[in-house]
Design a protein. Structure first.
Length: 450
């Protein structure tokens, strides 16, 4: 049912946030036939300019002023209402390097179901990367394009008709109330009428699915921080659009590289190369449009001449953070302060240099040089602020996405990524939300009290 306030005082599971992470968790949980579930969302079916201002932050660093109003949408469906739909599986590098505390296979088994939700072709999980003959240093990596799925449109009818899943709109989660290790309730504010007294709703389990800024802020506002790095290590994907060129031997590219409008073609440093050389994931997009004569390996021949867009990984840096600012929003909630600097220029040069050498060694092609000045662009991918790990000293959630210091509070979304790879995050967000939903469905009792 779609409501403006909770129907029950107690749910089995409350999910805060109705973007891809929250909706997918609810879909998977709803398969457990006895659970009463609430998805609580700040916004409504349509955008309200006032409510959208809840996405505003105090900014320090590299992000442009319009980054947050543009990049986090406060409405049903969250940021999927404006996303671009580019999808690729997360690189295995960070799992091999043990930055993620779960085996890669744990995540990989959820990609087929995630691909169905995002309406991606089977190739999106069957051919996540393709070896290139004659080199182990580079792989061909296709990025597939979702229609893009707008979660608000696709799942409106699911919420409208489901007897046990309530979607509660226009209601903002303010803070969680705890007793020892147990979260007992969630305090709510009406998103349009702040003067109304706060409501409280309880649950056996809670899931935060409020995005890369909202998730750590809820923990901070609820004093669930202890010594954990809540809000620290914010990551984005630096994008360098058409920043260089490369010439490629068309005949040496794998058959997967096709002129399909639903595929973005890219070459990447292979996971094994990255792990061996201690390099982060690095991806160079190319297109298949322009053939031109040039010299490669001493021979004049027809080559593919393509502009290159780089999409890359940055390491988590605890100086990049989400904290509390000295300003409040119209609901009286302290606004987030974001400190963020890419610090990527030198690494971009070094990675392009390594990539170029690998390209030349492979005989597949040759790169141009990077210009002396180039601009870094953002992806709208906010990751790492409630990172997954084994200990409270360097992480916030455990391998099941449960906040270390609680027994019943979980986090969904890219804020749990301890490393963000060079792939757009939503495919992995959806896969991880399916995994979390299945975990909660298997552990929740489903004996709601009223
Ligand atoms: C312009 C743009 C293009 C993008 N393109 C791509 C792409 O091509 N590929 C890709 O993989 N990713 C892309 N992304 C990123 C993608 O949109 C996000 O990864 C994805 O939406 C994150 O899902 P989420 O559910 O974690 O968060 P969100 O989609 O941000 O949803 C969070 C929800 O929580 C709600 N909320 C927040 N705080 C509260 C609170 N306190 N109480 C109640 N509700 C709350 C919000 O209103 C929102 O509905 C793009 C992003 C942008 C901005």
């Amino acid at each position: 049912m779609i409501l403006n306030q909770p129907k029950h005082v107690h749910y089995d599971v409350i999910i805060l946030g109705s973007g891809p992470a929250g909706i997918t968790t609810a879909l998977e949980l709803s398969k457990q036939s006895s659970l009463k579930i609430a998805v609580i969302e700040s916004g409504f079916l349509q955008r309200y300019p006032t409510i959208q201002t809840l996405a505003n932050v105090q900014l320090h660093g590299d992000f442009p002023d319009d980054y947050f109003p543009m990049h986090t949408q406060r409405c049903f469906g969250g940021t999927s209402t404006i996303w671009g739909g580019f999808c690729a599986v997360l690189e295995e590098r960070a799992f091999t390097a043990q930055e993620w505390p779960i085996p890669y296979e744990e995540l990989n088994q959820w990609y087929p179901a995630a691909a169905r939700i995002l309406e991606l072709p089977d190739k999106a999980f069957r051919q996540p990367k393709v070896a290139i003959e004659g080199t182990s240093e580079l792989v061909y990596k296709p990025f597939y394009v979702s229609p893009p799925v707008r979660f608000n449109k696709k799942y409106h009818s699911f919420f409208q008709h489901h007897p046990r899943v309530d979607l509660i709109l226009g209601t903002t989660g303010f803070r969680l109330i705890t007793r020892g290790r147990t979260v007992t309730a969630l305090e709510l504010r009406d998103s349009l009428v702040p003067e109304l007294s706060p409501a409280v709703v309880s649950a056996d389990n809670f899931v935060l699915a409020c995005g890369g800024v909202g998730n750590p802020r809820l923990l901070q506002l609820s004093d669930i921080v202890e010594q954990m790095p809540v809000g620290l290590g914010l990551m984005e994907h630096p994008h360098l659009y058409a920043v260089a060129d490369m010439y490629l031997d068309r005949d040496r590219l794998p058959v997967g590289a096709e002129e399909d409008p639903h595929v973005i073609n890219a070459l990447q440093l292979s996971d094994s190369y990255c792990v061996e050389h201690g390099v982060l994931s690095f991806s160079a997009d190319f297109n298949l449009q322009q053939m031109t004569p040039t010299v490669l390996m001493g021979k004049r021949r027809e080559m593919l001449h393509t502009p290159v867009t780089i999409r890359a990984e940055i390491a988590p840096d605890f100086r990049n953070s989400v904290r509390e600012s000295d300003q409040r929003n119209y609901l009286g909630i302290p606004m987030p302060r974001i400190d963020f600097n890419y610090r990527y220029h030198d690494l971009a040069r070094e990675s392009w240099h390594l990539f170029g050498k690998a390209l030349l060694r492979s005989g597949l092609g040759r790169p141009s040089i990077l210009p002396p000045e180039f601009k870094l662009h953002d992806g709208g991918h906010l990751m790492g602020t409630t990172r997954m790990g084994l200990s409270v000293d360097d992480s916030v959630v455990d391998s099941n996405c449960r906040v270390h210091t609680t027994d019943n509070l979980y986090v969904a979304g890219s804020s749990v990524f301890p490393a963000g790879g060079a792939s757009n995050p939503t495919y992995t967000i959806v896969a991880m939300a399916l995994r979390l939903g299945a975990h909660l469905a298997s552990t929740s009792r489903g004996n709601t009290h009223g």
